[in-house]
Design a binder for this molecule. Structure first.
Ligand code: G3P
Ligand code: CA
Length: 331
């Protein structure tokens, strides 16, 4: 009898502590804190950005992935932009083409060469789709074989042509390798009439590179910006003595939002970002439990490979399934 009583007390204490911790976290960073910040900046709130397109369903950063994301109703379609040796802006994530193309077959020995050392005509010879089929046999499609690396213009055109009119979330990838890329990206957006066009979801530029963010602010202050940051020790972000507060300072001085990885979605990070008037745009989270937890902790926008799931989480179930969209566009 006594043992039951003691276990009851211990269990109640654990539950009490758990509830107290959850309440403490909630008050540290209320879930809705970002809604006012978004309204003040005329930006949408509780946004879904499709990371490298609908990259769970199709090869990342390719037209099929962007078309599926747009069809599903993602608010933003995220891409990584780089530049070829002959000056073409192209969409590609890695520094080198080895992981997501058949470069080893087409140009043996050039697998580890920087993407920017290839001419556009050379990149067009690569198959940027078959790797996806090999890696994901359950989602493989014959039609993905031979998918080409797309240009920045082609990516923009997906948004232009889609009836859902997704906005663009453009990551300047390794911009230190491509001097002047900020101006080229901004000029391209201007050519498409996408700057100061009164869109409810304005296109956004993001990067891990502080300097590049500053250049974007100087060139086109009205384009929203996002300062991407990763955990301490990861190669993309240098955490100095100022810690998280320093990263927030850098975001504030670039007039950017803050884009932390999911590991930085805790209330002691999100709360401080909101205190500085910043939206928290978190990457890359794909699981319902993470959407729920991090939104509870105050994350404002979700960057995800599973835009269908994230839309559903926000109560906006896509009208068509990925399969139906692929059929419609013969993908
Ligand atoms: O959207 C942010 C995210 O894309 C940054 O990481 O490596 O996937 O480009 P990465
Ligand atoms: Ca990216």
């Amino acid at each position: 009898m006594k043992i039951f009583k003691t276990s009851g007390i211990i269990l109640s204490a654990i539950c009490g502590l758990f509830i107290a911790a959850v309440l403490f976290m909630y008050f540290m960073s209320p879930s809705s804190a970002g809604s006012k910040i978004a309204a003040g900046k005329e930006l949408p709130w509780h946004v879904v950005a499709a990371h490298r397109g609908a990259s769970y369903y199709a090869p990342e950063n390719t037209l099929p992935a962007f078309i599926i994301a747009a069809g599903l109703g993602a608010d933003y379609i995220e891409c990584d932009v780089q530049r070829t040796r002959d000056g073409k802006l192209v969409i590609f994530h890695d520094r080198t083409p080895g992981r997501t193309t058949d470069v080893s077959k087409v140009f043996p020995g050039r697998e580890k060469d920087p993407l920017g050392s290839f001419k556009y005509s050379e990149l067009l010879k690569l198959d940027a789709g078959s790797w996806f089929n090999v890696k994901n046999p359950d989602r493989a499609r014959k039609s993905f074989e031979g998918t080409k690396i797309c240009t920045f213009d082609e990516y923009i055109n997906v948004a232009v042509k889609s009836i859902n009119k997704p906005a663009l979330m453009i990551e300047l990838k390794h911009p230190e390798l491509y001097p002047g890329i900020e101006k080229e990206v901004i000029d391209t957006l201007a050519r498409f009439g996408r700057i100061n066009n009164g869109a409810a979801r304005p296109d956004m530029i993001q990067t891990f590179n502080r300097k590049s963010l500053g250049v974007c602010k100087e060139l086109a202050p009205s384009i929203p910006r996002n300062f991407l940051v990763d955990e301490k020790g990861k190669e993309d972000t240098d955490w100095d003595d100022r810690g998280w507060a320093g990263l927030l300072d850098d975001a504030v001085s670039a007039e950017a939002e803050i884009g932390p990885s999911g590991h930085l979605g805790w209330p002691w990070y999100t709360g401080k970002a909101h205190d500085r008037g910043l939206l928290v745009i978190t990457y890359t989270i794909d699981k319902d439990i993470h959407f729920r937890l991090l939104t509870f902790f105050g994350v404002d926008w979700i960057i995800t490979n599973r835009c269908d799931r994230a839309l559903e989480f926000y109560g906006r179930r896509p009208e068509a399934s990925p399969e139906e969209i692929m059929k419609k566009y013969s993908l």
